[in-house]
Design a binder for this molecule. Structure first.
Ligand code: CMC
Length: 377
């Protein structure tokens, strides 16, 4: 049956899903019907993961079990650490994460994707181990030993602890947890779609997540958060923001951290992240990058808002991580640590009524060409 070709599959539904929804005109994002602002105010990242995966908020005993299962699966095998040690220290952390996640699948039973219990433990392991891998790589590449996870620390607190061997400021763990909630899921984006295509072949979930990590890395998707901080550093002062923005737009270059395929107003996650920036900087001192960002948002808005282009989730997140002393090229791995919950929720949903993704194409090449022997070309 012929269809219109939609570049980038813009507006083409790839699945029916009850996991999350975006209203791009009103700037609303809901996970299982609950707005992200409410989840940031009242929930935790782990509770939100449960909500995404299983479709409902957990009862107290379920949350306790889920938290305990995650806490007890944070450790990674020494062979995974050895694998990380073999990678070049200047390599990108997303590549290290992708390699380690793919390798996890060699250690654990994940191939029986029709078995609900196996799938539960795969989800637990992936959510639990990604932060350990990210933190281990962050230390190994500087020649430091990885810090083992501590079972009694909450999810976000434990991650920040594994990076520095210090318990974080209480506000940091709260704000970091909110950042994870905001990045946990976002309907049918490029990395989720990539994961679904892999899932539809009935590959194991480690392979599904490794393929999603690959798609998330690109600068048009999760990689934009790194580029935003680099851009703000390059601008260096709020006084230079206007000239920088005008120059970029005159050269028809995109401003990183602006624009979205679905949102035509300010991304609600950017609004929450901006509030988190203000809380953090009030308590822990100002960030020069934030002052520059405000000026970029103001000046860029004059040209771009009329076209429905506003700051997206990547515009303010990196400024928070930068204040916490986290290296810029770890920002996208942090995104992956959160988004793994969404990827896994879509994986489980896909398995309920799986159909292999096998789209069509519109062939634009020639037919019936003769083979010309090498000597005659
Ligand atoms: N700066 C300046 N102009 C822009 C921007 C931007 N950031 N984004 C879109 N435009 C313009 C673009 O130049 C084009 O203009 P024209 O019609 O005159 O040629 C028009 O808007 C449509 O752009 P598009 O790239 O065809 O639209 P899209 O729906 O494919 O774009 C996007 C979505 C996210 C790829 C794009 O806005 C972009 O490249 N933004 C910068 C990268 C970024 O911040 N990515 C993070 C996205 S949100 C988090 C995530 O998904 O991971």
């Amino acid at each position: 049956m012929p269809h219109d070709f939609m570049p980038g599959l813009a507006g083409v539904p790839a699945a029916t899903s009850s996991i999350s929804d975006v209203d791009g005109q009103q700037g609303v994002l809901e996970y299982r019907g609950i707005r992200v602002e409410e989840l940031c105010a009242q929930s935790s990242f782990l509770e939100t993961s449960y909500l995404l995966l299983f479709g409902r908020l957990p009862a107290a005993s379920q949350l306790e079990q889920w938290t305990s299962d995650i806490s007890h699966h944070r450790r990674v095998k020494f062979r995974i650490v050895d694998l990380l040690k073999c990678l070049p220290e200047h390599g990108h952390p997303m590549d290290a994460l992708q390699a380690a996640v793919a390798a996890l699948g060699m250690f654990y039973p994940g191939r029986q994707v029709k078995d609900a219990e196996t799938n539960y433990w795969s989800a637990v392991r992936l959510i639990a181990k990604l932060p350990t891998i990210v933190a281990a790589w962050a230390r190994l590449r500087h020649g430091d030993d990885p810090i083992p996870p501590q079972d009694d620390l909450e999810f976000s607190e434990n991650f920040l602890y594994m990076l520095t061997e210090r318990r974080p400021h209480p506000l940091w763990k709260e704000i970091f947890d909110d950042c994870l909630i905001l990045h946990a899921e976002h309907t049918m984006n490029a990395s989720t779609f990539t994961g679904l295509v892999t899932a539809s072949t009935l590959a194991d979930p480690y392979t599904v997540v490794a393929s999603s990590i690959g798609a998330l890395k690109g600068p048009l998707h999760g990689g934009a958060n790194e580029e935003v901080v680099q851009m703000l550093r390059e601008i260096a002062s709020p006084d230079h923001a206007q000239a920088y923005v005008e120059q970029q737009l005159a050269a028809r270059r995109k401003l990183m951290g602006f624009g979205h395929r679905v949102y035509k107003v300010k991304d609600p996650r950017a609004t929450v992240l901006q509030r988190l920036c203000e809380r953090l900087f009030q308590e822990c001192g100002p960030s020069p990058l934030y002052t520059i960002a405000l000026e970029v948002e103001r000046t860029a808005g004059e040209s771009l808002n009329g076209k429905g282009i506003y700051p997206n989730v990547d515009f303010y997140s990196g400024i928070i991580y930068d204040k916490m002393g986290i290296d810029v090229n770890l920002f996208t791995p942090l995104f992956a640590m959160a988004r793994v919950s969404g990827w896994l929720a879509h994986w489980l949903e896909q398995l309920q009524e799986n159909k292999l993704f096998r789209p069509d194409q519109i062939y634009s090449g020639e037919h019936n060409r003769p083979y010309v022997p090498l000597a005659q070309r």
